[in-house]
Design a protein around this ligand. Structure first.
Ligand code: IPE
Ligand code: IPE
Ligand code: MG
Ligand code: MG
Ligand code: MG
Length: 327
């Protein structure tokens, strides 16, 4: 697809950015690296279950955001390192944590889904015990890979900070915390009390944690790996969180408007299971309006970084893609 970015007026002309041309070679690298990080060792059933979900396709938006954020800083004179080389292990670690979150999210005790990425869900193929364990293994394997495979020229204090932040984004303050709030709101936790009235603030907080936290970490980590200034790193992190919120709102919309073939997962599940979603509160039109507003805000966050427009063009295009996607 060719995305014309309205906000990127460079010397009075519209900057065209071809996201497919940008993403295709990077996706290939990400897939190759993930394949290498998941060798078929013993116990064979475990590695097979891990490989099944991680290598089953997926848009790789989190990994792409991590690379794009690192690349946005590549040409700054303070950064001596090749961005893709520096960020690829981190980008793959994020994809593994994401795959773990999907395997667990699909379990019968959570969203009880049968299809993911166009294939039967992990527990449908390997059983619930293995799905749980494959998720656990992916989570800790991701941490090991980040620490061991990030190039040695990255300062170790910085790497420890990144590992700590990855744990924070995935854990009780981030993704898992958001998933718990999602489960409570859906009435899945016996001790949890679903809110009596629909609370828009609660919904935004759920989306920002269950999805936004890992996307925030994706852009934050790319910039931090490249030694960006605190201001730029934080602005790119805020952009990632905003993109994450938009991404989950688009996901809520696609659950009502998409089909199994295109989505690779069963649509209509949110309403059937009484999920608290953007659509359940604001409707389809309201959700689309929120997305349009978030796109403008995201573009403005990128401008605030004062990075050149061509350096942030991939991030801008990924935001547009997150909002306009069909799968
Ligand atoms: C699905 O994530 C779960 C959400 C956070 C909405 P993606 O839509 O990124 O799933 P893949 O990786 O492309 O399969
Ligand atoms: C999932 O949100 C968020 C995760 C952390 C996995 P959803 O439950 O809406 O994701 P899908 O629709 O199953 O992909
Ligand atoms: Mg869910
Ligand atoms: Mg789900
Ligand atoms: Mg969903």
């Amino acid at each position: 697809m060719r995305l014309a970015l309205e906000s990127d007026m460079v010397a009075g002309s519209m900057l065209n950015f071809d996201l497919d041309a940008y993403a295709a070679p990077r996706r290939k690298l990400i897939e190759q690296q993930l394949d290498e990080y998941l060798p078929e060792r013993e116990p064979a059933a475990l590695w097979q279950a891990m490989r099944y979900s991680v290598l089953a396709g997926g848009k790789r938006i989190r990994a792409l955001l991590c690379l794009a954020s690192a690349e946005a800083l590549e040409h700054m004179h303070s950064s001596k390192f090749k961005a893709v080389e520096a960020a690829l292990p981190c980008a793959c670690a994020i994809e593994m944590i994401h795959a773990m979150s999907l395997i667990h999210d699909d379990l019968p005790c959570m969203d009880n889904d049968d299809f993911r990425r166009g294939k039967p869900t992990n527990h449908k193929v390997y059983g619930q015990a293995m799905a749980l364990l494959a998720g656990d293994a992916l989570l800790v394997h991701a941490g090991e890979l980040l620490l061991r495979r990030t190039p040695a020229h990255i300062d170790s204090t910085r790497l420890i900070d990144i590992a700590a932040e990855m744990a924070r984004a995935s854990g009780p303050h981030g993704m898992v915390g958001g998933q718990v709030a999602d489960c409570i709101a859906t009435g899945l936790v016996p001790q949890g009390k679903p809110a009596a009235t629909v609370n828009a603030e609660l919904l935004e907080s759920i989306h920002k944690r269950k999805t936004g936290a890992l996307l925030r970490f994706s852009t934050w980590s790319g910039a931090r790996l490249m030694g960006g200034s605190d201001e730029v790193v934080e602005a790119l992190a805020d952009f990632g969180e905003l993109l994450g919120l938009a991404f989950q709102i688009a996901d809520d919309l696609l659950d009502t408007t998409g089909d199994l073939q295109t989505l690779g997962k069963t649509p209509g599940k949110d309403q059937a299971s009484g999920k608290l979603t953007w659509v359940s509160i604001y409707g389809i039109d309201g959700s689309q309006q929120t997305l349009a507003a978030l796109q403008k805000k995201g573009e403005s966050l990128l401008r605030q970084t004062q990075l050149p427009a061509d350096a942030t063009a991939p991030l801008n295009a990924l935001l547009a893609y997150a909002i306009q996607r069909r799968s």
